[in-house]
Design a protein around this ligand. Structure first.
Ligand SMILES: Cc1cc2nc3c(=O)[nH]c(=O)nc-3n(C[C@H](O)[C@H](O)[C@H](O)COP(=O)(O)OP(=O)(O)OC[C@H]3O[C@@H](n4cnc5c(N)ncnc54)[C@H](O)[C@@H]3O)c2cc1C
Ligand SMILES: *[C@@H]1O[C@H](CO)[C@@H](O)[C@H](O)[C@H]1NC(C)=O
Ligand SMILES: *[C@@H]1O[C@H](CO)[C@@H](O)[C@H](O)[C@H]1NC(C)=O
Ligand SMILES: *[C@@H]1O[C@H](CO)[C@@H](O)[C@H](O)[C@H]1NC(C)=O
Ligand SMILES: *[C@@H]1O[C@H](CO)[C@@H](O)[C@H](O)[C@H]1NC(C)=O
Ligand SMILES: *[C@@H]1O[C@H](CO)[C@@H](O)[C@H](O)[C@H]1NC(C)=O
Ligand SMILES: *[C@@H]1O[C@H](CO)[C@@H](O)[C@H](O)[C@H]1NC(C)=O
Ligand SMILES: *[C@@H]1O[C@H](CO)[C@@H](O)[C@H](O)[C@H]1NC(C)=O
Length: 497
C-alpha cells in the first residue's frame, strides 16, 4: 500500500516538479523558503538524523506562519503528494522526511515556528512545534517552570508530544502528551482548526498517541509545573556476569513495585559492553526530584539486594542544571549543530503484571555478554522505568488518550550504531537486536502482553498495529478514514490500511 503511494507520487513528480517549485517561489504563491532536489542546501535540508535512510523528499519547505503551512498542505494535495511535518527530525526511521528510501514526500519543516508563550497565572504554556526540547526547558525555566520530556535537547516537540515523551520526571508528571490541554492544528485538507477535550474531542484523543497520522500540530498548550527545588542525578554501576546480571534485573523488578516507591524517583537500568567477555556493565541511572536527604533511604532496599558496587556518582544541582547534565550538551540548540547517526533501534514495553522471567532475563544478558561483547557495533540498552508503584504514567486510564500503554513496567530500548556512526549499516546490527528481542519474547509466556514505543519507531516491526497502538488501532483507523481519506499523512508503520 505504502510502496504504491510512494511510486505514484514519484511518477507524478516528473511532470510536477517545476510546477511545485513555481508554487513556492513565485510571488503569487506563498513565497516560502523551499529546497528542491539539486538546489544548494537540499542535501543538508533533506538529511535524516538516521543516515540509514535517504527519503529524498520532493521539497523541504519552511513556512513562517500557520496560514502558509495550511497553503502548503493544499498545494501538496493538488499534486497528490504525501505531506510530512518535520519538527526536530529525530524520528528513528526518518518519518519526519516521509520515511524510508526515496519516498518523495513534501516535507514541511516546522523550524520557523518557534514561539513559546508562558502564562504564569494559569501555569500553562503554548509552544509552537518547531521548538526543540532543550530550548523549551530553557524558556520555561525563565519562569521557574518545567514539564516532563526526554533528555536529548535536539528532539523536536512535534514528534515527541505526539507519541509519548518520557523522562525521569514522568513517574511524577506523566509523559509529555499527558500534559496537553489543547492543540492548534492543520488537517489533511488544509483546514486550520483546534482540538481539546471540548472541541474535536476524538481528534484530541488521537493526537495524543498517533498525532502524525492525523494532522499537523502547529502549537500545543500544556500544563506546566513548578521546577523542583533540587535534583540529584545518580549513577550506580556494577560489572556483572550473566547470572548476576539476570538476577540484578529481577532485583530491580522487585524493588520498583514496593508500594512506597516515591513518584519523585525516576530511573533506568543502563546496559553497556562489559569489561570482559561474559560480563555486562549494569548501571542504575536516574534523577531524584524529592528531598535530597531521602534519596539514600529510597534506594537502600535495592542496593542491599545487589552485589557490591563498582562505582557511584551523585550530581546535585537545581532543575535546569540537571536537565543540562542529562543532556550532556548545551540546551540552546541554536548555539551548536546537531549530530547524525547510523543505527537500528527496537523497543519492548514489558507488562507490569508479568515481569520478565528468569529464562528471558538470562537470554537477554547472555546476548549482551557474548554477541554484544564481540560485536563490531556500538550499542547501549536502556530499561526505562515507566511503571512501578505510584507512577503517573500508569494512573491515566487506557482510553483517555490514544497512547495505549498504561500498564507497562519498563520500556526497554535496544540501540546499535554502525561502528563509526556512518553508513553502511551492517546486517550484523539487525541480527544482534532482533535476536535479543526474540530471546526475551520467545522465553516469555505465549500470551505475554508486551508492546513497543512509537517514539522508538522501527520500520521492520511485524504486528506493529498491535504492538504500537494495541486495542486503539481500529478506533484510530476509523478516524483516519474520516479525516485523511486519501492518506496525505501516511508513512511507514502509521495508521494506514
Ligand atoms: C538522541 C535521541 C534521544 C532521544 N531521547 C528520548 C527520550 O529521552 N525520551 C523519549 O520519549 N524519546 C526520546 N527519543 C525519541 C524521540 O522522542 C522521537 O524520535 C520523536 O518522535 C522525535 O521527534 P522529532 O519531532 O524530533 O522528530 P521528527 O522526525 O521531526 O518527527 C517524528 C514524527 O512526528 C511527525 N511530526 C513531527 N512534527 C509534527 C507535528 N508538528 N505535527 C504532527 N506530526 C509531527 C513526523 O512527521 C514524524 O512522523 C530520542 C531520540 C533521539 C534521536
Ligand atoms: C542544515 O539543516 C539543519 C536542520 O535541518 C539546520 O538546523 C541547519 O541550519 C542547516 N545548516 C545549513 C548550513 O544550512
Ligand atoms: C536505503 O538506501 C541505502 C543506500 O542505498 C541502503 O544502504 C539502505 O539499506 C536503505 N534502507 C532501507 C530502509 O531500505
Ligand atoms: C539561544 O541562543 C540564541 C543565540 O545566542 C539566543 O538568541 C536565544 O534567545 C537562546 N535561546 C534560549 C531559549 O535561551
Ligand atoms: C565480571 O563479573 C564478575 C561476577 O559478577 C565479577 O566478579 C568480575 O569482577 C567481573 N569482571 C570484570 C573484569 O569486571
Ligand atoms: C548516600 O549514599 C552515597 C553512596 O551511595 C554516599 O556517597 C552519600 O554520602 C550518602 N549521602 C547521605 C546524605 O547519606
Ligand atoms: C568493524 O567494521 C569496519 C567496517 O566494516 C571495519 O573497518 C573494522 O575493521 C571492523 N572492526 C572490527 C573490530 O571488526
Ligand atoms: C476538511 O476536513 C474536515 C475533517 O474531515 C471536514 O470537517 C471539513 O469539512 C473539510 N473541509 C473542507 C473545506 O473540505
Amino acid at each position: 500500500m505504502l510502496l504504491q503511494a510512494a511510486t505514484l507520487s514519484g511518477l507524478l513528480l516528473f511532470s510536477a516538479a517545476s510546477d511545485l517549485r513555481d508554487e513556492f517561489t513565485f510571488p503569487a504563491g506563498p513565497g516560502v523558503t523551499a529546497f528542491f532536489p539539486g538546489d544548494p542546501g537540499y542535501a543538508n535540508a533533506s538529511r535524516a538524523f538516521n543516515l540509514r535512510f535517504t527519503p529524498d523528499p520532493v521539497a523541504v519547505v519552511y513556512p513562517e506562519t500557520v496560514e502558509e503551512l495550511a497553503d502548503i498542505v493544499k498545494i501538496g494535495n493538488a499534486h497528490r503528494l504525501r505531506v510530512s511535518a518535520r519538527s526536530g527530525g529525530h524520528s528513528y526511521i526518518a518519518n519526519g522526511l516521509g520515511g524510508g528510501n526515496h519516498s518523495e514526500a513534501l516535507v514541511i519543516d516546522m523550524g520557523k515556528l518557534t514561539k513559546i508563550a508562558v502564562d504564569p497565572s494559569t501555569k500553562t504554556a503554548v509552544i509552537e512545534t518547531g521548538n526543540r526540547l532543550g530550548d523549551i526547558a530553557l524558556a520555561l525555566n525563565e519562569y521557574n517552570f518545567a514539564m516532563p520530556h526526554g533528555t536529548c535537547p535536539y528532539v523536536g516537540l512535534g514528534g515527541h508530544a505526539a507519541y509519548g515523551g518520557y523522562g525521569f520526571t514522568s513517574r511524577m508528571w506523566g509523559l509529555t502528551l499527558d500534559n496537553v490541554l489543547s492543540i492548534n492544528l492543520v488537517l489533511a485538507n488544509g483546514t486550520i482548526t483546534k482540538a481539546s477535550k471540548d472541541v474535536n474531542s476524538e481528534l484530541f484523543w488521537a493526537m495524543r498517541g498517533a498525532g502524525p497520522s492525523m494532522a499537523i500540530a502547529t502549537s500545543i498548550e500544556f500544563s506546566v509545573y513548578e521546577a523542583p527545588a533540587s535534583v540529584i542525578v545518580f549513577q550506580y554501576n556494577w560489572q556483572l556476569d550473566v547470572e548476576n546480571a539476570a538476577t540484578a534485573l529481577n532485583t530491580f523488578q522487585n524493588f520498583v513495585v514496593q508500594p512506597n516507591l516515591p513518584p519523585e524517583f525516576g530511573a533506568e537500568i543502563v546496559l553497556t559492553r562489559g569489561a570482559v567477555e561474559g560480563n555486562v556493565s549494569f548501571g542504575l541511572t536516574g534523577a531524584w526530584h524529592g528531598d535530597p536527604n531521602q534519596l539514600n533511604g529510597t534506594v537502600a532496599p535495592f542496593l542491599a539486594a545487589m552485589p557490591p558496587l563498582n562505582a557511584v556518582t551523585f550530581t546535585g544541582g537545581n532543575w535546569i542544571e540537571s536537565v543540562e547534565f542529562l543532556a550532556g550538551s548545551t540546551l540552546n540548540t541554536s548555539t551548536a549543530p546537531d549530530y547524525t547517526d547510523t543505527f537500528y533501534a527496537k523497543s519492548l514495553m514489558t507488562p507490569q503484571a508479568s515481569p520478565m522471567n528468569q529464562a528471558a532475563r538470562t537470554a537477554f544478558m547472555n546476548g549482551l555478554a557474548h554477541e554484544g561483547f564481540v560485536s563490531n557495533m556500538s550499542w547501549f540498552f536502556q530499561v526505562e522505568l515507566y511503571g512501578g508503584a505510584n507512577s503517573k504514567i500508569n494512573s491515566v486510564a487506557t482510553d483517555d488518550t490514544a497512547f495505549v500503554h498504561r500498564s507497562s513496567m519498563f520500556t526497554i530500548q535496544f540501540y546499535a550504531s554502525s561502528f563509526n556512526n556512518e553508513p553502511p549499516y551492517p546486517d550484523e546490527g539487525f541480527k544482534f537486536l532482533d535476536d535479543l528481542v526474540d530471546g526475551i519474547t520467545s522465553n516469555s509466556p505465549a500470551d505475554w502482553d508486551y508492546g513497543a514505543y512509537t517514539n522508538y519507531m522501527e520500520d521492520k516491526l511485524e504486528d506493529y498495529q498491535t504492538r504500537y497502538y494495541g486495542s486503539h488501532y481500529d478506533r484510530l483507523l476509523a478516524l483516519k478514514k474520516e479525516i485523511d481519506p486519501t492518506g496525505v499523512f501516511n508513512f511507514p508503520v502509521g495508521i494506514d490500511d
